[in-house]
Design a protein around this ligand. Structure first.
Ligand code: SF4
Length: 281
């Protein structure tokens, strides 16, 4: 049995940065320390931070003192302001790629565009982007939703950073029928596109593909979907305990990749469990 790990697996830049800021906060910042929502979409990492005294809250109203960390997905700037007004120390771990998309969205509104956000309606990053357009943007998840969209004079597009290029391309194509002036900022982050391209390539070359990451992680779920299109024997798992021995039947070559918020130690546990099925300990 051969195991190949995709070239771009493990934490992305934004997640690494956010976790570094959280760890630094445990040493230097005013206690107690909170994150606004889980800092990343990986339950095992969130649990580990809880053990270090960093707890997730859903709203600034739950916090009266200490430090609050804004997660990689970013938030409505009014929320940051509310935290500061309460006297909380705010650590902004919004990924710089997300911050760039937020600024693009705000500028499009300022310049008189009707803004379309390509992304998942219920994703926190999209909620943040929407806030930067004063909630004027229209969120589109797939090209099928364009049928009900009116024709508009000027349309400006920003994209949730973890979307696939294919989805953006199909929506952009449909939008050409809805306006004469279309401005597109491809705000998909390079870490996401590289991860998707290398995972798809690997999935197409192996007998079994495992995508490791939080079941609540949008980028991991999308990665699994992309891999499944190349290899129907693709499974999205969160931890090593989910690896099913029966998957290994006729699987000589196994591919592994991870979502952007999956720590290396979980990937290692998955690889170790796969090997344990072959080499008795
Ligand atoms: S996936 Fe991209 S945008 Fe999201 S946190 Fe990582 S680097 Fe930032």
């Amino acid at each position: 049995m051969r195991i190949t790990v995709a070239k771009h697996a493990g934490y992305c830049y934004g997640v690494n940065r956010a976790l570094k800021l959280a760890h630094e906060a445990t040493e230097d910042s005013a206690k107690p320390i909170y994150t606004l929502g889980p800092i990343i979409h990986n339950p095992q990492v969130v649990e580990s931070l809880m053990r270090q005294g960093v707890n997730a809250v859903q709203s600034v109203s739950e916090v009266d003192e200490g430090t609050i960390i804004i997660r990689t997905h970013g938030v409505d700037p009014k929320i940051t302001q509310a935290a500061k007004s309460k006297g909380l120390k705010v650590i902004d771990a919004t990924c710089p790629f997300v911050a760039k998309a937020q600024q693009r969205a705000a500028n499009l509104v300022k310049n008189g565009h009707n803004v379309v956000i390509v992304g998942e309606r219920n994703h926190p990053e999209v909620a943040g982007l929407l806030a930067y357009t004063n909630n004027k943007a229209i969120v589109i998840e797939s090209a099928q939703e364009l049928d009900s969209l009116s024709v508009m004079e000027r349309i400006g597009v920003v994209v949730q950073t973890t979307q696939s290029l294919e989805n953006l391309a199909s929506i952009a194509k449909g939008l050409l029928n809805k306006t004469k002036e279309l401005t597109i900022f491809n705000t998909i982050c390079s870490a996401t596109s590289q991860r998707q391209v290398t995972a798809a390539k690997l999935a197409g070359a192996v007998d079994l593909m495992l995508v490791v990451g939080g079941k609540n992680s949008a980028n991991t779920t999308r990665l699994a979907k992309i891999c499944r299109e190349k290899n129907e024997k693709t499974f999205h798992i969160e931890t090593a305990s989910e690896v099913d021995k029966s998957w290994l039947k006729n699987a000589e070559h196994i591919g592994l990749t991870t979502g952007a918020s999956t720590p290396d130690w979980i990937l290692k546990e998955v690889a170790d469990r796969l090997r344990s099925f072959i080499i008795p300990r």
